[in-house]
Design a protein around this ligand. Structure first.
Ligand code: OSB
Ligand code: MG
Length: 368
């Protein structure tokens, strides 16, 4: 039984600025939920960024949602499953739902001694790692950064693109590093359907996929785009639930899906999207939101499911932080090991986490 929930706000610097079509991140504004009882603590990490630029959600807004509408739904005997059910009446706010649901799920799995991987049906003990490369000041800088990641052993490169930094940088990377490099691009919604012919120039570079070229709401426009562009379209921002995923696949808006548990309300919904895609033979991969070790551990469990046939954005701790809040996730032969312990399988270094914590608020639970 859970006796209290803590909401922790913290911050951590990134090793280098991460630029996308929607902005530049230099540090991570963190919100963790901790569900505790009987000496056990379950953890969740919120994926929202400090500003609503990737999607409409942002971390201070998540804190308000949790405080005002979600924590009141939790009682001592609330499970991840019962929380998901009661929170389904709240529209949207997936990232807020996900962090609390994950803390509850981690708590119950730790109590049962079951790893998140086995709960989800993971079949792999390690997962192939890709890396997401931010927009760079110049093509020379980009080539240097990509070379560094290839030297580290990353098995797939994802280039962030935007209008004005797209065809030539991709050409340069393909030409410099050759045809064997697994390469894909992510536009974070920066284009319009009228850019279809421009984007079709990317067809020359044998990319695995183009991720989220058009705005989140324009699912049907992606189906139009897919008729002009030969490179497979992969959706990220648009896929907010298994229902949206089903509709997007049905109309041909995408042929690959980036699954981010935080974006869809948690691991239970993420599993539904995996299962739907697996049944249809649609490839999925695990995205990331610059998570610390807490969120990364859980993503690795998900990425170990059988339908995750493409390398994800599950990179090593060192790609993000000088020092992670958990023992660092390290690349071995381009792979990360899936944690095997109960729940997410890893604990934060509490002394270090406390040192980067701004404040903690404790919520005592009623009996239920
Ligand atoms: O669109 O996939 C994205 C990071 C923050 C927000 C959105 C995205 C990303 C990434 C990096 O591409 C993923 C990662 O390495 O965690
Ligand atoms: Mg993306």
């Amino acid at each position: 039984m859970i006796s209290e929930i803590r909401l922790r706000r913290a911050h951590i610097d990134l090793v280098s600025p991460f630029r996308t079509s929607f902005g530049v991140e230099t540090s991570r504004d963190l919100l963790y939920m901790e569900a505790s009882g009987g000496g056990v603590t379950g953890w969740g990490e919120c994926v929202a960024m400090s500003e609503p630029m990737y999607s409409s959600e942002y971390v201070d807004g998540c804190e308000t949602m949790l405080r005002r509408f979600m924590l009141p739904l939790v009682q001592r005997d609330t499970t991840a499953q019962s929380f998901a059910k009661s929170a389904s009446g709240i529209r949207g706010h997936y990232m807020s739902k996900a962090v609390l649901e994950t803390a509850l799920l981690d708590f119950q799995l730790r109590c049962e001694g079951v790893s998140l991987g086995s709960f989800l049906g993971a079949t792999q003990t390690r997962v192939r790692s890709g890396v997401s490369v931010g927009i760079q000041p110049s093509i020379d800088d980009l080539l240097r950064v990509v070379q560094g990641y290839l030297n580290d052993g990353y098995l797939r490169i994802k280039l962030k693109i935007e209008p004005g930094f797209d065809i030539e940088p991709v050409r340069a990377v393909r030409t410099t590093f050759g045809d064997d490099v697994l390469l894909q691009v992510d536009a974070n919604s920066a284009y319009e359907l009228s850019d279809a012919k421009h984007l079709a120039q990317l067809d020359d570079f044998n990319l695995l996929l183009i991720e989220q070229p058009l705005p989140e709401e324009q699912v049907a426009s992606h189906a139009q785009l897919a008729k002009v562009v030969r490179t497979p379209i992969c959706l990220d921002e648009s896929i907010l639930s298994a229902e949206v995923a089903r509709e997007a696949l049905d109309i041909g808006a995408c042929s690959i899906i980036n699954i981010k548990p935080g974006r869809v309300g948690g691991y239970l919904e993420a599993k539904k999207i995996h299962d739907l895609c697996y049944e249809r033979g649609v490839a999925v991969w695990c995205g990331g939101m610059l998570e610390t070790g807490i969120g990364r551990a859980a993503n690795l469990a998900l990425a170990a499911m059988p339908g995750f046939t493409l390398p994800g954005d599950t990179s090593a701790s060192a790609r993000y932080f000088l020092r992670d809040v958990t023992a660092p996730f390290e690349l071995r032969d381009g792979h990360l090991d899936v944690p095997t312990g109960p729940g997410i399988g890893i604990d934060p270094d509490l002394d270090y986490l406390d040192s980067i914590t701004d404040r903690i608020e404790t919520f005592a639970l009623s009996r239920g």
